[in-house]
Design a binder for this molecule. Structure first.
Ligand code: Z5A
Length: 199
């Protein structure tokens, strides 16, 4: 089962994934925790270009995210799914539609097509949207990267973009109120995953 976690900055995706990984371990469920961008040697190199570089041309940014995704799916996600593992992925294709589309202004339909090309058609079985106001998420961050440093209006468009995408495909998305304490957010995500796993 392929589960992706999306949401604005500081929503708690990484913390929730760590919590869920412990729960899956306790139940003996084999799983892989991964992320975009930044998995594997290729992903780490692309991540440093994307988040630590200065003044990347916005079209180049799109293609770097897509290149990372293509490598990540082929070499890390598909092999894990083929081994029967549950894959928990911190950000994926919806982040491109939202950040580069809804927030930066590139054509959303074009980005969907490029995502399809990059993933070879693989789609998440479940996408958890950790939703919270941009101000709350940004206030949680201690180290800001290049994208975190965008103006507040950018992050507000990100939040609205995710809510819009979730509304378009309600069978795949579950929206969780991520402004609550971490344990409550993790429990809500756990319930959604358990339901999808038929447990
Ligand atoms: N991006 C893009 O533009 N296009 C794409 O296609 C893709 C990504 C794939 C990735 O950076 C950036 O790339 C991201 C989107 C863009 N940009 N921005 N801006 P990243 O991976 O470094 O950043 P992130 O995915 O946004 O993660 P994050 O902001 O670091 O946060 P998080 O993983 O959601 O949260 P966290 O690390 O678990 O928690 C953050 C802090 O909040 C930490 O101190 C926690 O202890 C605290 N926390 C967590 N949960 C709670 C609760 N519930 N209450 C209180 N405090 C909490």
């Amino acid at each position: 089962m392929f589960v992706t976690f999306e949401g604005p900055e500081g929503a708690g995706k990484s913390s929730v994934i760590r919590n869920l990984s412990e729960r899956l371990d306790a139940q003996g469920v084999r799983h892989l925790c991964t992320r975009e961008p930044g998995a594997g040697t290729f992903g780490k190199a692309v991540r440093s270009l994307l988040l630590e570089g200065e003044g990347i041309e916005p079209r180049a940014e799109v293609f770097l995210f897509l290149a990372d995704r293509s490598e990540h799916i082929s070499h890390i996600v598909r092999p894990a799914l083929d081994r029967g593992e549950v894959v928990l992925c911190d950000r994926h294709a919806d982040s491109t539609v939202v950040y580069q589309g809804h927030a930066r202004g590139f054509d959303v339909e074009l980005l969907r097509q490029w995502n399809q090309f990059a993933t070879g058609g693989l789609r998440p079985d479940l996408t958890l949207l950790l939703d919270l106001p941009a101000e709350i998420g940004l206030a949680r961050l201690t180290n800001k990267d290049r994208l975190d440093a965008e103006p507040l209006e950018f992050h507000q468009r990100v939040r609205q973009g995710f809510l819009k995408e979730a509304g378009l495909e309600p069978d795949r998305w579950r929206t969780v109120d991520a402004s609550r304490p971490l344990e409550e957010v993790a429990e809500a995500c756990w319930q959604a995953i358990s339901h999808s796993m038929g447990r």
